[in-house]
Design a protein around this ligand. Structure first.
Ligand code: NDP
Ligand code: MG
Ligand code: MG
Length: 331
């Protein structure tokens, strides 16, 4: 089994004399900044003038600077901007301040691995990637727990890059859950594969197709929503808690028999071969090129797909039904 590292394996003192700049205050940014601050680290936040997140960061007790000032005064610069804007912000506002001894950090390897950001050789380049959304990185930290993280070293100019990455992971609470060493390549390729094939692409399409099949056949959309969307969480909770076996223990024998005999007819050899194709597109950089070009041209396809998907009937039904759930009513 791969080695996991925990609190006792990482030394937070390595960051004690350092200023950390968190660039971006979104999902990951707010969580990293607040957790590091609560861990006793000197943190500043870097944002563009007029950023919607700046007032929030200030309200939460953080010092906010323009990105270029934050990059100038910091020893460790963690880039937590959307992946598609990192290249430009890096080039204009961060790169000019990368002197020997500094540390450049990421929470996802995309821009380094696909050559969008090319740091100078005299800085450490590290990654600490929480395996969970930012609000959980913050909430679990406050509860004394932590979201497990991947960490990696791309460039070790100081000879301390690995220990520094582990220290950062400890500062955000990652070593409470356990951290696992990887490479920028492995993290980037598996992260993209997971989100495209299983977690986001695969799951969304599975939910929608199931819903559409039932509705087309004349069943009530509300019922189709519960069956194909709402119950997903209940099943996934069982899977995460104790593996597939735990879920199969809990469902009826009828459901379990249907699982074994019908599941393989949904994920067929054709589906598996498509999965391998998608992995190839990731490995060869074809997906990265497509995403970069899409963003450079102003996201026409991305915007259209977002709108279309938001108009899907499952979203309509869902909105009405969720409005009635007592535990969600406050939101
Ligand atoms: P978000 O989209 O949540 O972050 C947006 C932040 O960046 C906001 O503060 C926004 O300001 C600011 N911003 C946007 N454009 C610019 C700009 N041009 N200059 C300066 N600031 C700007 O990002 P995420 O937290 O989702 O992602 C950050 C990184 O973390 C990515 O590399 C991602 O792959 C990685 N990651 C994300 C995870 C997640 O759970 N979301 C999980 C693991 C890794 P404003 O508020 O004004 O728009
Ligand atoms: Mg991702
Ligand atoms: Mg059932």
């Amino acid at each position: 089994m791969a080695r996991m590292y925990y609190d006792a394996d990482a030394n937070l003192d390595l960051l004690a004399d350092k200023t950390v700049a968190i660039i971006g205050y979104g999902s990951q940014g707010h969580a990293h900044a607040l957790n590091l601050k609560d861990s006793g680290i000197n943190v500043v936040v870097g944002l563009y003038p007029g950023s919607k997140s700046a007032p929030k960061a200030k309200d939460e007790g953080l010092t906010v600077h323009p990105v270029d000032k934050a990059a100038e005064i910091a020893d460790l610069i963690m880039i937590l901007l959307p992946d598609e804007v990192q290249k430009t912000v890096y080039k204009n506002e961060i790169e000019p301040h990368l002197k020997e001894g500094k540390i450049l950090a990421f929470a996802h390897g995309f821009n380094i691995h696909f050559g969008q950001v090319v740091p100078p050789p005299e800085v450490d380049v590290i990654m600490v990637a929480p395996k969970g959304p930012g609000h959980l990185v913050r909430r679990t930290y406050q509860e004394g727990q932590g979201v497990p993280c991947l960490f990696a070293v791309y460039q070790d100019a100081s000879g301390q890059a690995r220990d520094r990455a582990m220290a950062y992971a400890k500062g955000i609470g990652g070593t409470r859950g356990g951290i696992l060493q990887t490479t920028f390549r492995e993290e980037t390729e598996t992260d993209l594969f997971g989100e495209q094939v299983v977690l986001c692409g695969g799951l969304s399409e599975l939910i929608k197709s199931g819903f559409e099949t039932l509705v087309e056949a004349g069943y009530q959309p509300e019922l189709a929503y519960f069956e194909c969307l709402h119950e997903v969480k209940l099943i996934v909770d069982l899977v995460v808690e104790g593996g597939l076996a735990n879920m199969r223990d809990s469902i009826s024998n009828t459901a379990e028999y249907g699982d074994y005999t019908r599941g393989p007819r949904i994920i067929t050899d054709e589906t598996r071969s498509e999965m391998r194709k998608i992995l190839k597109e990731i490995q060869t950089g074809q997906f990265a090129r497509e995403f970069v070009l899409e963003n450079q041209s102003g996201k026409p396809g991305f915007t259209a797909m977002r709108r279309q998907e938001a108009e899907h009937p499952i979203e309509e039904v869902g909105k009405d039904l969720r409005a009635m759930f007592s535990w969600l009513k406050k939101k």
